[in-house]
Write a protein that binds this ligand. Sequence first.
Ligand code: NIG
Length: 421
Amino acid sequence: MSTSTARSTPGSILITNIGELSTQDETRGRTVLQDAAVVFEGERISWIGAAADAPPADEMVDAGGRAGLPGWVDSHTHLVFAGDRGAEFEARMAGESYAAGGIAVTTEATRAATDYDLTRLLLARVAEAAAGGTTYLETKTGYGLNVEEERRHARIASTVANQVTYLGAHLVPAGADAEDYTDLVCTGMLEAVLPYVQWADVFCETGAFTEDQSRRVLQAGRDAGLGLRVHGNQLGHGAGVRLAVEFGAASVDHVNHLTDDDVAALAGTWTQWNDAGPESDGTPGTVATCLPACDLSTRAPLAPARKLLDAGVQVALASNCNPGTSYTSSMNFCVATAVLQMGLTVQEALRAATFGGALALRVHTGQDRDGQRAVGSLAVGHRADLQLLNAPSAAHLAYRPGMPLTGAVWRAGQRLGLPPR
Ligand code: NIG
């Protein structure tokens, strides 16, 4: 408890003696504060500044000089699944190449799982992500691939994840006609999932959905009032980025194989927003979401995050946690990889894994009055999502890769119990 005699707000928490606080709040002029403190009231941040000026609070936590930063915002996961594809992974490491077909293996196992089992698995995965500092996440359907199963997975996902994406267009199921299946994705299946999802997505890739089929899926999603995202340019050059830009999608994810035209097209979606500066409340462009754990796990070329940033594209880093191509929800790992192998500075990688993810999910703004509370940056009125590292600076995430640095996590003002290390 605080020893101060000044009046504090009941239930407020002061986290003080934060050696380095990376706020990702660009409206303040500088995003990294030294010797800082934060106050939470309920689910919101009510004060942020120099520790020496901090107001009293009902409860005090001494960060002991450790580094603080926003909770990770993981904007791309596939967590509703059952089964294991360790053997497929091992074969890939022995030289087999990744093909979209592995999705069918997970689809079979997931269809066979009960609601109870799928929910339990999903809860455990979200808890595992939270223990690694992830405080806000999106997840997708896409291992159901028929009306009943897609609806069931969307419903289960909506009870656990912050946002849910409809990915009926993940793979054409075995034996189905691609055109007929695309029609179903755009009609009955879409209607069935609609109560549970915010986004529509399509895997636009050779072996999955063609450009024309992808366009139909995006159009149907838009007509149904959903936001749009695209899995694009993962396995080769293709139409994913082009379509994402054409439809004003919130993000295009994977982006391993980009032409200069793709990069320029993405950059073009950001010109206005970037010019307006950090206080811009205009509509953001199409975020390029890089998935480094997936790139490593499929031995694919790492997405050109440096080139995208240099061109003015807003970039997100996400885990893509799924059983086929990226069986990890560790955002610490993604950040370390982005710094060590993708040419990002520590602060650029942090930003992509927090504010970038929030931009991709369109939850980067929002204060007390407008019904949506911002995540991905630390500022008054934003959601009280914060992590402390067992380290004096965030640079240690890349400087000491693979070490258990997540020390304490608050999600919407609630401290999470972390497993003992
Ligand atoms: O994002 N690219 C498509 N979907 C997943 C892979 C899913 C799987 O192989 O099960 C991905 O990598």
